[in-house]
Design a binder for this molecule. Structure first.
Ligand code: P6P
Length: 282
């Protein structure tokens, strides 16, 4: 697994350069999910594809920006599903964005996720890696070397409420629940980039990130293989919880299609129990 993590460190530095130097602007293309693609999306996707093909233990890759499975190394062991630059549409506002990697052994699904990693491109470049059964570790790029900042953990209760989705389309039970947290004094911390928004809850050791099903999109917006499962592994290993709208562990879900989405809730014990109560799945 370290071979993949080391390559992701190389990818982090190279994407950091692309974010600074790559010409912005949209292409005429859209990805499988129908999102219009930025030239930066394409550049990051091609870079990651190239680097993962050079990584012997990678058997195949699936990108959020492309349809289908791309074969890499015949003797490889792992399938890497990745979102090359999540939140790229907010780069023009100079907000933090990130890259997300799910490392699967066998058919990609929640239970075959054996490791994950994410890179945060913010005021500093940071990386979190995790192997199933171990703690998540946080690293920061200092000059050209990576400084390990220790294991990440989540407390029983936090203070942050990262509430995603268009409020106009929230189901009444979700709106009532989210506002009940604000009535308890939770602070809204939501940038529209799931990587920095989830990283903040992990670094601040608690809170809730929610991207629910909504009246205009019953399965929400976030994709299981590239976004949801990798973070579910991090949150559970840090002592938090990661569930869907039925109170089921996200890592028990099986997508029918590689780009399938799911409502998702990540957070501390207290907030997740409050959500289960509000959704009637306690
Ligand atoms: P909304 C970015 O496009 C993204 O996929 C995630 O990074 C983020 O959490 C979500 O969309 C934001 O979506 O509907 O809240 O603006």
């Amino acid at each position: 697994m370290q071979q993949i993590f080391e390559m992701i460190k190389t990818i982090a530095i190279e994407i950091g350069d692309l974010i600074i130097n790559q010409e912005m602007g949209y292409t005429d293309d859209t990805n499988t999910t129908g999102d219009q693609q930025l030239k930066l999306d394409i550049a990051c996707d091609l870079l990651i594809e190239k680097r993962l093909k050079e990584t012997e233990i990678v058997k195949a890759i699936i990108s959020e920006e492309k349809e289908g499975v791309i074969p890499c190394n015949q003797d490889g062991e792992f399938t890497v599903c990745y979102d090359p630059l999540d939140g790229s549409s907010i780069v023009d506002a100079n907000l933090a964005v990130g890259s997300i990697f799910g490392i699967y052994k066998g058919e990609p699904k929640g239970e075959s996720l054996v490791a994950s990693a994410y890179i945060v491109f913010g005021p500093r470049i940071e990386l979190v890696t995790i192997i199933r059964g171990e703690k998540p570790y946080r690293y920061r790029l200092v000059g050209s070397s990576w400084q390990q900042l220790g294991a990440m953990s989540i407390k029983d209760k936090g203070k942050l409420n990262a509430s995603g989705g268009t409020q106009k389309y929230w189901y009444p039970k979700h709106k009532k629940f989210i506002y009940s947290l604000f009535d308890e004094g939770y602070r809204l911390r939501y940038s529209g980039g799931m990587v920095p928004d989830l990283h903040q809850i992990l670094v601040k050791e608690g809170g809730l990130f929610s991207y629910p099903g909504t009246e205009d999109s019953s399965k929400g917006k976030l994709r299981m293989l590239f976004e949801v499962f990798p973070y579910a592994l991090v949150f559970e290993a840090a002592g938090g919880y990661a569930i869907d709208e039925n109170g089921k562990r996200l890592l028990e879900l099986v997508p029918e299609h590689p780009h399938d989405k799911t409502p998702c809730f990540f957070g501390s014990n207290y907030e997740i129990n409050r959500l289960k109560e509000a959704y009637g799945v306690l």
